[in-house]
Design a protein around this ligand. Structure first.
Ligand code: AMP
Length: 452
């Protein structure tokens, strides 16, 4: 690249801190870095000048890691009302940081469910309203159907990743977020379990994964949606389990399986014929006795939570939480289930025009983060004047293979080749040509940077 051109573009390039106010506005911390609520400050800017609220995600570490690359490559191609939209990518020259700019969503299901659970504990209020559950589930399925139809698996669905828009033109719209683990899967698959020891928080993890399934499938996302649906109906995580081995690379989790069987019963061979082909089937047979779960079934569990077993919601839940992945319903089938055909029909605003009772996101201090974000928030924003509503989602996952700047470049290439099933230099060059929409704030970029 010619030197003068590089100098000129470096001068013209805006830094993320020049464009946005976000200091002191950290709202979350995910697997790959911190998330800030940001407002555009340069109203004359040609990049973004609308006074809207955004979520700025600063990717941890320096350079473009394999995971950031994965998220960027996927997100910039995805456009659906129920999938969070990646607006811009900034590469900061000085500190070699990567920033992703998303639409800002004021709420998420983790906080919404927590609000209801707390209210239930003090006997003040009830579960998430029934119509709202239906609206939420429909939009989650719609977003996932779009991803699945485009050969993308989410692989980490859980309440904290289901965002809901606050007041504004998209009020009450679900946005599926945190696509960091997602990948295209129409390429021949490497055993994904080898790459990511911890991919889905165990509570939402499908039984076939816990029994050592080597590949991710759409059915794994559907199981997670079933878990989220049950949690919306009851305000309790259906397969709640202590999480001790979170960093282990062994997919087999005795306690999590025990919890699933305690709710669902032990799977019969006739219901899940291929269970005997699962890599951990031998361990399962050694560790578990069918007779211990003789009295357990989903009907019993849901009845305990006052959900009628003859209702349409329960029937759909059963189809989503089917143990045999080959028999589990698809997102498309679920969207045309009788549950959604009976009145009231699903609405675009999940709050259906009612006042939003949930507090706005709190700003976190670094201190609180170190303590697991359980302390009081430094600043409190409210929708309704209610008090601090508590902790951030638990158990941030372990990150595998943290990239160093020297390895970033080769990891990007490898990941790209894996995703697109291409060999050698041609693959990474193609990526560079395809990513012209990204904004770079660096002029002396490494080869990984130059791809963007
Ligand atoms: P993630 O890195 O996507 O797991 O995000 C970590 C946390 O930041 C989430 O649990 C949310 O609380 C918050 N967050 C992520 N994305 C957004 C967004 N687009 N708008 C508002 N908050 C977000």
């Amino acid at each position: 690249m010619d030197f003068e051109y590089k100098q000129r573009t470096a001068q013209e390039r805006k830094k993320v801190e020049d464009l946005f106010d976000y200091e002191g506005c950290k709202v979350g911390r995910g697997t790959y870095g911190s998330v800030y609520k940001a407002k555009n400050k340069d109203r004359l800017s040609t990049i973004i000048s609308d006074g809207k609220e955004y979520a700025l995600k600063q990717i941890e570490g320096t350079g473009i890691s394999m995971s950031a690359c994965r998220e960027i490559a996927l997100l910039r191609e995805l456009k659906h009302p129920n999938v969070i939209s990646l607006q811009k990518v900034f590469l900061s020259h000085q500190d070699r940081k990567v920033w992703l700019l998303f639409d800002y969503a004021e709420h998420d299901l983790w906080h919404i469910i927590k609000f209801h659970r707390s209210a239930k504990a003090t006997k003040k209020a009830v579960n998430v309203p029934k119509n709202m559950v239906k609206n939420l589930l429909y939009q989650i399925l719609d977003g996932i159907h779009y991803l699945h139809a485009n050969w993308v698996l989410h692989r980490d669905l859980k309440p904290a990743n289901i965002l809901v828009m606050g007041e504004g033109c998209e009020r009450g719209r679900v946005k599926i977020a945190d696509m960091g683990f997602a990948r295209l899967f129409n390429a021949p698959l490497k055993p994904l379990a080898d790459l990511d020891p911890v991919v889905v928080t165990f509570w939402y993890r499908a039984p076939e994964l816990l029994l050592g399934a080597r590949h991710y499938t759409k059915a794994i996302d559907i199981w997670a949606i079933g878990c989220i649906f049950a949690e919306l109906l009851t305000s309790e995580p259906i397969f709640h389990c202590r999480q001790e081995d979170i960093k282990t690379s062994n997919p087999y989790h005795h306690d999590q399986l025990d919890r699933i069987f305690n709710v669902m019963g032990f799977p019969l061979e006739k219901d899940w014929e291929d269970i005997r082909k699962m890599p951990e089937h031998g361990t399962l047979m050694k560790d578990f006795k069918r007779s211990s779960y003789g009295n357990c079934n989903l009907t019993k569990y849901m009845e305990k939570h006052k959900i009628k077993p003859d209702g349409k919601a329960f029937h759909l839940l059963q189809k989503l939480l089917t143990m045999d992945p080959t028999k589990r319903i698809t997102s498309e089938q679920a969207m045309s289930d009788p549950y959604f055909l009976e009145d009231p029909k699903p609405a675009n605003d999940v709050f259906e025009g009612m006042p939003i009772p949930y507090p706005k996101r709190e700003f976190l201090t670094d201190d609180e983060e170190d303590k697991g974000a359980s302390g009081a928030a430094s600043k409190q924003q409210t929708n309704n004047g209610s008090s601090n509503h508590g902790q951030q989602p638990p158990a941030k996952r372990a990150r595998v293979m943290p990239p160093t700047s020297s390895t970033a470049s080769s990891m990007v290439t490898t990941e790209y080749q894996h995703m697109h099933n291409v060999q050698g230099q041609g693959g990474s060059q193609q990526m560079a040509y395809n990513s012209g929409s990204l904004t770079q704030t660096s002029s002396t970029a490494t080869s990984a940077y130059q791809r963007f």
